[in-house]
Design a binder for this molecule. Structure first.
Ligand code: NAG
Length: 583
């Protein structure tokens, strides 16, 4: 555990520099030991329900390695990577003929375990030189009475000078499972010269025919058209209406008081004395907006870093990067939330800061904690080790909180004091009754439809790569979709807010936040569709895991969109009321 914390810290400080195992240099001299690591085994359809490989009564080869298990980084520990040495004797560029490496004595209990595994389409994952290798445990015959297990592993390893660039595993020799038999496990290694470059060796795991599909390009194009249309619409409506309004209001100045009193004054200008009234529940509101800004900036930074660094190839690195970036970027949370809270006249700013800083980590931790209980019950390898939990707690307490504090202090002092363009009246104005579709609750529900429409195809790709183990690598698309989502969200909330203010309803802060964040409700609903129609997941663990983490994802997305919607609208509102002459 100490080693893990140390490695984690070391990883944080060095930002994923190679640790000390010899396979980290990825170069070998002839005859040097090459380690084959057994990772996990689990049902093919439940990709997140994984168990340590030796939970199934496989046997281990006799070769001992200096290191037995390793979690290399935080991402590994969080994703349930459990490497254990296979015990196979493999040396660089030395072929091994068919060799038996161990024998399983199949007593009744082991027999039942294997039959269960074969029945549930178990497959296993191994790693060699950080390249993943997958194989299936066995097969049932057509009528499902006899179960067979693959007993021979043929490893074909491609090398390019002193590096491993390609590995193929072929499972051979099907043996029918019968209680009390002996199963001999064998392996074979064939080394082949390969022309693949070392830096291209992950390419075969990527799936361009899936990700670069016409649909994907088409959806981006589609969303892009929508953006142009929306931006055009917003600017057209607003320019025309606002110009008319301004014209009317400035004409008013030339008329005498009598005429002005008779004039048909209505619309957004009427509520200038209430529009900057602090939102109800300012503490919660600022915390939500601050967290949303945090998620947004973290998402942008992670996508950019992963895109530039091609980090998706290294196991666990994207997760480690995300944790690191999220923690490092916490001042933004404090700054946005703290400044907003100060502008709304809140006094309990420390409380606001703590709520804001702990909102997302708390949400994720409680979900993880809950899922962990079930994982522990199942003895799944997804159960997060205690050391990792402590490390995460340390990050929250000693990195996220202090950085948020700095951000909050800066936010309060730099932009917390600015006063709104219009003074707030002492007595709130009554809100006139209006048609049902102008009610804030209705606006909040409908606001998410267009933004959801602009991202749901990308959601399919992201879900598929996460839940079906395709490696997601098209981060350029993600960036584009994030930008499109941001523009659509801001445009939609501005239009919604404009209509709301025109109906002389000044409750725009929560409305704009909720209208934008309702996108996430649609995404969560979509995840139900995805679960039932696009995957074959089953079982308590996988279902809890899926819906738990989908909820976290949706809430994060909701905060992000809500914050964007509110901040965009807030700029808009400040802008229009700045030019209004208040008599
Ligand atoms: C692995 O399989 C692929 C596709 O069948 C083949 O192109 C490649 O040469 C194989 N690599 C090795 C090292 O055998």
């Amino acid at each position: 555990m100490q080693k893990l914390v140390l490695l984690t810290l070391c990883n944080f400080l060095l930002f994923h520099q190679p640790t000390c195992a010899d396979e980290d240099s990825h170069t070998y001299i002839d005859g040097e030991d090459v380690l084959l690591w057994m990772n996990t085994v689990g049902p093919y359809h439940n990709r997140q329900e994984t168990y340590e490989y030796f939970r199934l009564p496989f046997c281990q080869g006799s070769k001992v390695s200096k290191i037995d298990r390793h979690h290399e980084n935080l991402g590994d520990a969080l994703q349930g990577v459990e490497l254990k040495h296979s015990g196979l004797d493999i040396r660089f560029k030395e072929n091994v003929g068919l060799t038996q490496y161990c024998t399983i004595e199949l007593d009744q209990k082991k027999f039942e375990s294997f039959v269960y595994a074969v029945k549930n389409h178990y497959w296993y994952q191994m790693y060699m030189d950080d390249l993943p290798i997958w194989g299936i445990v066995g097969e049932a015959d057509e009528n499902g009475e006899d179960y067979y297990m693959w007993t021979h592993k043929k490893l074909e390893i491609g090398y390019n000078t002193d590096q491993i660039v390609d590995i193929n595993l072929t499972s051979e020799k099907k043996v029918k499972l019968v209680p009390n038999m002996k199963i001999q496990l064998t392996y074979e290694v064939v080394w082949k010269e390969s022309t693949i470059e070392f830096r291209d060796r992950y390419e075969k795991y990527l799936d361009p025919s899936f990700f670069q599909h016409r649909i994907h390009w088409f959806s981006i194009f589609n969303s892009f058209m929508m953006v142009i249309f929306l931006v055009g619409l917003v600017s057209m409506i607003l320019m025309r209406t606002l110009r008319k309004d301004y014209a009317r209001y400035s004409k008013d100045d030339d008329l005498d008081d009598m005429e002005r009193d008779l004039g048909d004054e209505y619309g957004w200008k009427q509520i200038h004395g209430d529009v900057f009234r602090p939102a109800p529940n300012p503490l919660l509101f600022s915390a939500l907006v601050g967290s949303g800004a945090h998620v947004l900036s973290a998402a942008l930074a992670v996508v950019l870093i992963v895109m530039v660094g091609d980090l998706y190839t290294e196991r666990g690195t994207v997760v480690s990067t995300a944790v690191f970036v999220f923690a490092a970027i916490s001042p933004i949370n404090g700054y946005v939330g703290g400044a907003l809270y100060a502008r709304m006249g809140g006094r309990a700013w420390i409380k606001e800061m703590v709520v804001s800083a702990l909102l997302i980590p708390g949400l994720i931790s409680s979900t993880a904690f809950f899922v962990n209980f079930i994982a522990m019950y199942y003895h799944a390898s997804r159960a997060i080790p205690f050391g990792t939990m402590v490390a995460m707690l340390c990050i929250i307490l000693f990195v996220i909180l202090p950085l948020s504090l700095i951000g909050t202090i800066l936010g309060r002092n730099i932009s917390g004091g600015s006063s709104p363009p219009c003074r707030v009246n002492a007595v709130p104005r009554p809100i006139p009754s209006k048609r049902w579709f102008m009610e804030p609750s209705v606006i909040a529900c409908c606001g998410g439809i267009l933004p959801f429409g602009s991202i749901f195809i990308e959601m399919y790709f992201i879900f598929t790569s996460f839940w079906a183990y395709k490696i997601y690598y098209v981060y350029g698309f993600t960036l584009l979709v994030l930008v499109i989502l941001a523009i659509v969200t801001v445009c939609v909330t501005i239009v919604c807010t404009y209509f709301l203010l025109n109906a002389e309803d000044y409750r725009w802060q929560w409305t704009s936040f909720l209208a934008a964040s309702s996108t996430a409700v649609y995404v969560y609903m979509y995840s139900f569709y995805y679960f039932f129609f696009k995957t074959k997941m089953y079982g308590l663990f996988q279902t809890t895991y899926y819906f738990g983490y989908m909820a976290v994802f949706s809430i994060g997305l909701g905060l992000m969109c809500g914050s964007l919607g509110f901040l965009g609208t807030s700029m808009f509102v400040h802008k229009i009321y700045t030019y209004v002459k208040i008599d």
